[in-house]
Design a protein around this ligand. Structure first.
Ligand code: ADP
Ligand code: MG
Length: 662
């Protein structure tokens, strides 16, 4: 049987049956396929986290997929349009409605993002929705996606980028990032000021294009090491006279360091402050050294003065006993000369130690200097031109005039030695003021008004090493027999004793200026004229009580006084002196006493005796300044004093003066 034959009824029936059966199977299969694809769609929606929905405009109801329901957190599969419209946060509603209106009226599909309050857990979610309009079905079909996590990540990224941007914008420290080619990747905004260019001319540049070549080369060397070894490096750099401290380190992205980051700090101020501190510390150390050397010198001077006094006295005594034609007479004269020279050395040491006993007077400094010029010119010789530039408004100083002599003589002789043959020395005075700032920079200076007395020369000058030791006693660059190294030590001590300061400016080959600053004496009293001690009457016949604990000095001084015609009572202790004074019948005219003694000091002894002999005159002697009669070497008003060691002539003059004024 072939198909071409007409089918029998049965056959037709069977065929029909078959067809029916077939379409049933097909239908079942189709339904199955539809179910499958429905399930696939749902699975896909779940996996993609994208839900779908459609709005039937005729019924105004929304049908949603499972995923769409989860996204919106609403119950059921069908929602009213009002239910849906209530979900978005207020601030989005207006724009959402506008989009929807646009969609329905103009058929423009929408693609929008908005936030909802999800009813299932009351949380705020970020939603992405896309929809289009099907005019035939009068339906809006769309999708829903919860993009909260992505949005949060984006926001976090934006925030951290903003923090980073502001960090780079406002960082007071220089911050930089470089790429693996060592080109500038990001720079903090303050680099614009440092390098003097806008940021767009600073980024993507090699170090060579940004910095001077030496600096750039060093930077790149360090950078390469950092990338190679993966280590942090700390360095100091200099650019346009400013100092920078930089820390650089590698940034890894994967195995190898790929970027390099770092901080640079401007440490110029700190550097300067450190240098300043070191300078001040050095000045302070120097001052302390001078102080202790001074104490040492002062101590030595004390013992020496006693000894020299004995040598001086006995040599004078011996000279008188020897016939001038005797060769012994010349020998003794040599001893006397050596003693005088030694006396001068000790005197300078004392001056340096600020232990010179002085009798300050109110002086017109310009006038005092003028009075010295003749002597100085003689000292300097004809080849040296001595210029004198007295300053205007130079006021009174209160000083022992002999100390001004000592300062100028020492400074001028040094200047002469520095000049060698022909040259010029200038002495200059001026009134100056120091403010707080100046004093903060110069250790030992105090603010106020001072008189400057400067001595300049155009001699050989000095290097730093010499300047550092200049004022130390016995520091000299002059050959043996030429310099003692005590000149400037003396000057230094004198200036300090008078509460002044001294500064040196010198350069090898360019000459030297010494600037001394003396305090202005405020009370403008009329300066006292320089009185020459009377040299006429040096003999006498009064009675003198001599007190001295050093037996050799007591003996020789007693001999000196007796030779001058005085009656002398000697005591080597204050107690003994008081006893002798009590037992003595007749007048005692003068007490001549050492200042520092065991039992009782000279001043207290004088006080005690004054109650016995109200008219008693007093003369103090010392080889060393004691605060008992002089404060910091400055004699109390009206005190008569003789500096050890002394010659017969010195004693003769002083005793007469004490008998008159003491
Ligand atoms: P002395 O003159 O005995 O050497 P000083 O204390 O007076 O001792 O001076 C110390 C040293 O300071 C000198 O040896 C010299 O090297 C240096 N000096 C002082 N004044 C000057 C000056 N005006 N120019 C150059 N060097 C100087
Ligand atoms: Mg000298």
């Amino acid at each position: 049987m072939t198909r071409e034959q007409d089918p029998t009824l049965d056959e037709l029936k069977r065929l029909l049956d078959l067809e029916e059966n077939a379409s049933m199977t097909e239908l079942t299969e189709n339904i199955q396929r539809l179910r499958d694809s429905q399930r696939d769609l749902e699975r896909a929606e779940t996996l993609a986290k994208i839900g779908s929905w459609r709005l039937d405009l005729r019924t105004r109801r929304v049908t949603a997929s499972d995923q769409a329901r989860r996204v919106y957190g609403l119950e059921g599969t069908e929602w009213s349009i009002e239910q849906v419209q209530a979900l978005p946060l207020k601030e989005y509603r207006q724009s959402l409605n506008a989009e929807l209106k646009n969609l329905m009226e103009k058929g423009t599909p929408y693609d929008i993002e908005f936030k909802i309050l999800r009813p299932s857990d009351n949380s705020i979610r970020f939603i992405h929705s896309v929809a289009e309009f099907d005019p035939e079905l009068q339906m809006v079909v769309g999708t829903l996606q919860d993009i909260t996590e992505r949005k949060r990540a984006e926001e976090a990224l934006e925030e951290s980028e903003e923090i980073f941007r502001q960090f780079m914008e406002y960082s007071p420290i220089y911050v930089f990032f470089k790429d693996d080619q060592l080109r500038s990747l990001r720079l903090s905004a303050n680099y614009e000021a440092m390098l003097g260019k806008p940021m767009d001319e600073l980024l993507g540049k090699s170090m060579d294009e940004l910095f001077p070549s030496d600096l750039a080369r060093a930077m790149v060397e360090d950078d390469k090491r950092i990338l190679r070894e993966g280590k942090t490096v700390e360095i100091e750099e200099e650019l346009d006279g400013r100092h920078y401290s930089t820390i650089k380190f590698p940034i890894h992205s994967g195995e190898n360091p790929q970027y390099l980051a770092g901080f640079t700090l401007d440490i110029t101020e700190r550097k300067h402050a450190e240098e300043e501190r070191a300078k001040l510390q050095a000045q302070l150390n120097q001052a302390q050294k001078m102080e202790s050397v001074g104490r040492l010198a002062g101590g030595v001077a004390h013992d020496f003065n006693n000894m020299l006094g004995v040598i001086l006295g006995y040599t004078e005594l011996a000279l008188e006993k020897v016939n001038p034609s005797d060769s012994l007479h010349d020998d003794l004269l040599e001893i006397l000369n050596a003693t005088r020279r030694s006396t001068e050395v000790v005197r300078q040491l004392l001056a340096f130690a600020r232990k010179q006993t002085i009798a300050p007077k109110v002086l017109d400094l310009n006038e005092t200097i003028e009075g010295m010029l003749k002597m100085l010119r003689r000292l300097l010789g004809e080849d040296i031109d001595l210029a004198w530039l007295p300053g205007k408004g130079v006021e009174w100083v209160r000083m022992d005039p002999s100390q001004i002599d000592q300062i100028l003589a020492n400074l001028c002789v040094n200047a002469r030695d520095a000049i060698g043959d022909v040259g010029k020395i200038t002495i200059e005075t001026a009134k100056v003021s120091f403010d707080e700032a100046y004093c903060a920079d110069h250790a030992g200076f105090v603010p106020g008004d001072f008189i400057l007395m400067a001595v300049s020369d155009n001699g050989c000058g000095m290097d730093k090493e010499i300047v550092a030791h200049l004022f130390e006693p016995f520091f000299t660059t002059k050959g043996p027999g030429k310099g003692t190294g005590l000149g400037l030590a003396t000057v230094y001590g004198i200036i300090k004793q008078n509460n002044g300061f001294i500064n040196v400016y010198s350069e090898p080959g360019k000459g030297t200026t010494f600037k001394t600053y003396l305090p202005i004496h405020e009370v403008a009293a009329k300066p006292e004229g320089k009185k020459d001690p009377t040299r006429s009457t040096v003999q006498g016949s009064e009675t003198i009580l001599l007190v001295e604990d050093e037996p050799a000095i007591l003996r020789i001084t007693g001999i000196m006084l007796e030779k001058l015609g005085y009656t002398v009572l000697t005591a080597n202790r204050p107690g003994e002196a008081i006893r002798m004074a009590r037992e003595h019948i007749g007048e005692i005219h003068l007490l001549m006493t050492d200042v520092v003694m065991p039992e009782m000091n000279g001043r207290d002894l004088a006080k005690t005796l004054l109650s016995l002999f109200p008219n008693l005159k007093r003369l103090f002697m010392s080889g060393y300044t004691a605060n008992v009669i002089a404060h910091h070497g400055v004699l109390d008003e009206g005190v008569q004093f003789i500096q050890k060691p002394f010659s017969t002539h010195d004693v003769a003059v002083k005793v007469r003066q004490a008998l008159k004024d003491g």
